[in-house]
Structure formats: structure tokens, C-alpha cells
Ligand binder design. Sequence first.
Ligand SMILES: Cc1ncc(COP(=O)(O)O)c(C=O)c1O
Length: 396
Amino acid sequence: MTHSHLHALRGDVEDKRERIPFTRPSMLGTELAAIRGALETGELAGDGHLTKQCHAFLERTLEVPKVLLTTSCTHALEMAALLLRIQPGDEVIVPSFTFVSTANAFAVHGAKPVFADIRPDTLNLDEAQLPSLITERTRAIVPVHYAGVGCEMDAIGQIAARHGIAVVEDNAHGLFAKYKGRYLGTFGVLGTQSFHETKNFTCGEGGALLINDQALIERAEIIREKGTDRSRFFRGQVDKYSWRDVGSSFLPSGILAAYLLEQLSARERIQGARQRIFERYLAGLRTWAQQNDVRLPIVPEHCEQAYHMFYLLLPSYAARTKLIEHLKADNIQASFHYVPLHTSPMGEQFGGRAGACPVTESVSDRLLRLPFFTDLTTAQQDRVIERVVQFDTRAR
Ligand SMILES: Cc1ncc(COP(=O)(O)O)c(C=O)c1O
């Protein structure tokens, strides 16, 4: 056999290494039967008994006065903007290190996003920056609980209260996580969740609005139901429904609620699996990280995290690029994360400029997320760990 034949053969073997994806939706196996059940009872539109069961589960578990399922976290954030009557000229403080929706949901109603930098430890909005960012136009602060690790809610709540500013928690990553013993999403006047396929609990595309202020419940129902009081009509509180306010259609189909209810009901199983995966990464990578100038996730003592992701902070952009390549060569998919919003084309239109959020800029260049999903097997995870620890960040 010639040398090139051998090489081709080895290539074939390597190509057959099982691909380990970066993410895969949580799937229990019971979802299809639940969807069939929804179809059989004819529960196709929103707000039937399956949606109500999701609401009740979340209200009871999180101890929130009112939960409303939405079609996405983006839409829950837009509902927040409508509920707070965000107007052109208003300012909303958001971290630059977040998904577009955190800022866009308010910008779409005319607000100017004001970008805060993040803390170097948790990568959450740096509360110490708030006093210098608040103006007489600031209407809301939107902390994002990155990776489902709580922001410093005591400090954020105090600053917001002092200035009469609303707090809306973007808790897309952090369902069932806690800060000082209390569930994330329950500190602000409003909290938002995501059930997108990449999240711990999913229905494909979906979200929820947590309403912590009783005074906002009635209007939230109206905004979510195309500006009508149809929710009250369905409860028999009015004999016909009519156009009451502005709104849109933010409620998901009962088919999605059926899917989601299965997932929520398996809370312990899903979170338990994810906790074990997180801890196995931590144990398997700790020594390598110390020797390679790599920072592993930091979870403060007073935070119980959601086990949403496992990230590495590499010493440089070049090291991160090389590690992604090194993993890819073994058919392992790893991913960077948010691109700073303040230097995006839209962010610049709102006055963002390079250098304004140095921690965000540096973290965005150096952060890498390893494969992390509920069904990641021990064998798959061991392969990831083995491959990572072969990588020397100091080698040129
Ligand atoms: C912090 C954050 N907020 C909001 C969203 C938007 O969620 P959705 O896709 O449910 O609209 C995401 C999506 O990943 C996110 O990471």
C-alpha cells in the first residue's frame, strides 16, 4: 500500500469519528404523545388547558403572581417595553454582552439602548457602572443573567429604586436558577424566559413573561391578546371582548404548550443531567485550565446556577481560534458567543464605539462554549475533555 493510500485510509477513519454537536434540543421522548393529545382534544390555538398548566406550574414553582407564555423571549421583552410604555427618547440600560433582542425589543419602540460593560467574573452587567449611565431619560435596566448565573440583584434593585427606574430581567438562560435563595426572574417588575431549542427547557420557539407587579397583570393580558380583553371574556368576566389598548399576538399554540409541559414536568431530570455534565467538565478541565491560563466559569456562593452552558475563557483570540480548530479536527463542535452590541452597526447608530466596553470586547474575543446539552453522553463528554486537555495554549 502506498503512502498516499495509507493517508487516505486514515482520513476515512478520522472522518468516521462521531460528530459531537455543540447543542441539541432537550428531548424526553414523551413530547410526541403529548402533542398528539393536544391535537386530539383540538387544542391548537393558545391559552387552552395545556397553556394554563404551564402557567400554573411556573407560577407555583417560581412563586410569581402571574406567568404568561409567549411566542419567544424576544416577544416577552417586547411585551415588557409595551407594558412600561417605552417611548421614543427613552433610554434603557442593557449589557453590551448579550443577544440582540435584549436591546432590540426596546429599540423597536423608539428607545435608545445604553450599553453597560460586564463584570469580569460572572460576565453579567456591571452594576458599578449604573450610576454613571443613568440619566433623567432612563426608564429601565435590563440585566441578563448570563449562563443562568444571577446578576447582583441587590445592588441593581437598590440603584433602580433610588432613581424610580424599572428592572426587567432577561432570564433567557436562567430558568430555575436562584440569587440568594430566590428564583431569577422574580426580582424585577418583569422577567422574561426563553424556550428556544437551545435552552434547557424548550418547545422549539417559545418564551414566557413573569409579571411580579400585580398592577401590570390585566394590561399584560390585553397586550398579549391583540389589545383585547379576550382573556377576561374567556374567564366569563365580561360578556363580549373588545379592543382596549395596543397589543399584538404573543401567545403560542397549544401544540407548543403540550411540548413544553412535558419538559417542565421533567425539571429534575433535565437539570440533574445538566448539573452532572457541568461538574464533569469542571473536574476534568480544572488542572489543564490552571496550567494553560484558561479561566473556567465563576459561580458566586450566593448564586445557584441554571447549568445552561460551559464556557472557557482563553488567554487570547488566537488561542480560542486554534482551540476551535483543534476540536473541529476531531469532529467536535465548539462555539464562541455574543458579538458586542455596542460596536454592531445598530449599536454604533446609538452612540456605541470601540473601547467603550473593554471587558465585553475582550471576553467576546476569548470565550468558547463546549458541547453542552441534556443528552450529552459520558463517552462524548470524555472525548471532548480528552481533546481539550491535549491543547497547549502556550504553544505557538
Ligand atoms: C440573553 C438572551 N435574551 C433573549 C434571547 C432571545 O430568545 P428567543 O429566541 O426566545 O427570542 C436570547 C436567545 O438566545 C438570549 O440569549
